[in-house]
Write a protein that binds this ligand. Structure first.
Ligand code: NDP
Length: 254
């Protein structure tokens, strides 16, 4: 057995059409997996498929809105009817609105929880029976440094990402006997469209992160490729329920 070989595996990445999700898709595709990327924006979906195709990765995209349970269920059905099985689910779709707690409308606050946390439950639940059919599976949930820390301008984001860690532990416990491993990845500060907006909202963020991160730089999306391959491969079969920071040391610098 090659520990990190994903040949023949089918991997679904929500929010796979940019940033961290696309980088994880590329890495798993290079390791041999067939990749399905799913996002709302069809233009970004199409563009991402071109990028993966140019690297000879077998792939397909489907439109999904992860806050809609029917849309998630349909997505999983599409994966099964097109690829015959599902082995790996990366729950990566996420969003943020930066405001002080007292300034949020309740719908905005709930929308962040729906996108970042409830969607993970919905997609995981819809995938579970197919993992059982395949005698096992892998779920990778994307958390954040805000799974660990609070944020004055991100109460909903932090609450959702803290919940990601506890949901990960609960699913890992529940499904261990079914050979489904469920782990969370906690990225540090990564240069994507999400944090480009954050640096507009909070101009000092760029230098604050550089100073606190022991390796001295922001992360690139490709810095998340290795953990995606590891946690979706046979090499991590005895690892479940963990939350692994990929942060250049940000979280261990007091
Ligand atoms: P991006 O904005 O590039 O990616 C977010 C992705 O989520 C997009 O592909 C978007 O696709 C998708 N998405 C958002 N809402 C929905 C929805 N309702 N239905 C379907 N897809 C949706 O940013 P990142 O790559 O940075 O973010 C990816 C994940 O990483 C998020 O969970 C984020 O919280 C997390 N993260 C990022 C960090 C960073 O520093 N960048 C740090 C820690 C965590 P579309 O636009 O097509 O809907």
């Amino acid at each position: 057995m090659k520990l990190f070989d994903l040949t023949g595996k089918v991997a679904l990445v929500t929010g796979g059409n940019g940033g961290i999700g696309l980088a994880m898709s590329k890495a798993m595709g290079e390791a041999g997996a067939k990749i399905i990327i799913a996002g709302r924006n069809e233009e970004k979906n199409t563009q991402s498929i071109k990028i993966l195709n140019s690297q000879n990765i077998e792939c397909k995209s489907f439109q999904v809105d992860v806050v809609d349970e029917n849309s998630c269920n349909k997505l999983i059905e599409n994966v099964i009817s097109n690829f015959g099985k599902l082995n790996i689910l990366v729950n990566n779709a996420g969003t943020n609105i930066r405001k002080r707690p007292e300034e949020y409308e309740l719908d905005e606050w709930k929308g962040i929880i729906d996108t970042n946390l409830i969607s993970m439950f919905t997609c995981s639940k819809a995938s579970f029976k197919h993992f059982k059919d395949a005698n096992g599976g892998k779920i990778i949930n994307i958390g954040s440094m805000h799974s660990l820390f609070g944020a004055p301008l991100g109460s909903a984001y932090s609450a959702s990402k803290g919940g990601v860690v506890q949901l990960t532990k609960s699913l890992a416990n529940a499904w261990a006997k079914d050979n489904v491993q469920v782990n969370a990845v906690l990225p540090g500060y990564i240069d994507t469209s999400l944090t480009r907006q954050a640096r507009i909202d909070i101009p000092e963020l760029q230098s604050r992160v550089e100073e606190r991160t022991p390796v001295g730089r922001w992360g690139e999306p490709d810095d998340l490729g290795g953990i995606a391959v590891f946690l979706s491969s046979e090499g991590s079969n005895y690892i479940t329920g963990t939350a692994i920071p990929v942060d250049g040391g940000y979280s261990i610098n007091g």
